[in-house]
Design a protein around this ligand. Sequence first.
Ligand code: NAP
Length: 260
Amino acid sequence: MSNPSLGTALITGASSGIGEVYADRLAKRGYDLILVARNVDRLSALATRLTTETGRKIETISAELGNAADRNKVEARLRDDAAITLFVNNAGIYAGGPLAEANLDDIETMLDVNVTALTRLASAASANFVKQGRGTLVNVASVLALLDTPQTASYGATKAYVLSFTHSLDLELSPLGIQVQAVLPGYTRTPMIGNGAGIPPELVMEVDDLVDAALAGLDRKELVTIPSQHNEGDYARLIEARTSLLTGLVGNRPAPRYAA
Ligand SMILES: NC(=O)c1ccc[n+]([C@@H]2O[C@H](COP(=O)([O-])OP(=O)(O)OC[C@H]3O[C@@H](n4cnc5c(N)ncnc54)[C@H](OP(=O)(O)O)[C@@H]3O)[C@@H](O)[C@H]2O)c1
């Protein structure tokens, strides 16, 4: 017998990798699902398997999130479907290489998916959750949000955006009863990184472990979950140091070292 429903979880990028494992785990926890990606065949196969295994109601939406018309369909669903209680904002793409040699169309597509779509979909879900007075928003970032990344400056910056966005959004939404989480994977064995080929195995987390840890972090009500970080206090210390800058960040007089 299946678990009682916890409402519906909408997951972007559910056809592969991290999103596919979220779909598996959330169906098994008792969520009905709406699975979003471009590859309809993979989404349908996953939906069929999970319906058989869990008895949950699973729907698929084929959408290219870099395309406004497709994205609007997903946005409308997130905004209007009162059954949605959890949104996993996971779809993302990688475009790397030295910026001076970059294919700018690829970079722009990455910005469209990793930043514009992520923001618009988070906004639509937030509107729904605020109306309901409940809901959970998970944004998938990356540990590259915290690192300087030559050869992959734009990708790292999209993920820094996701982290900063999530921190600020939490200030808006948590007082309204809405839970927000940023997940920061390191190397995770998925197609995005060629399933880890050429990367030392001790640096690559299995995707099942990554998602299970991310969900454990969600259960612990963490705002930021870094599955590979063993020293729990490290991130808190970074935020503490950042907060200590506050008194010097605004004021009506330039610092003496900038005197004309
Ligand atoms: N793997 C890692 O090492 C790693 C590390 C840090 C962060 N991340 C982040 O984790 C998230 C998931 O990545 P992953 O590793 O699971 O990669 P993945 O296996 O390549 O999966 C990416 C998912 O996003 C979907 N997607 C990509 N472009 C899309 C578009 N334009 N419109 C709609 N859906 C699109 C893909 O589906 P379709 O192709 O069917 O559309 C796929 O389901 C991403 O945000 C990524 O940046 C991954």
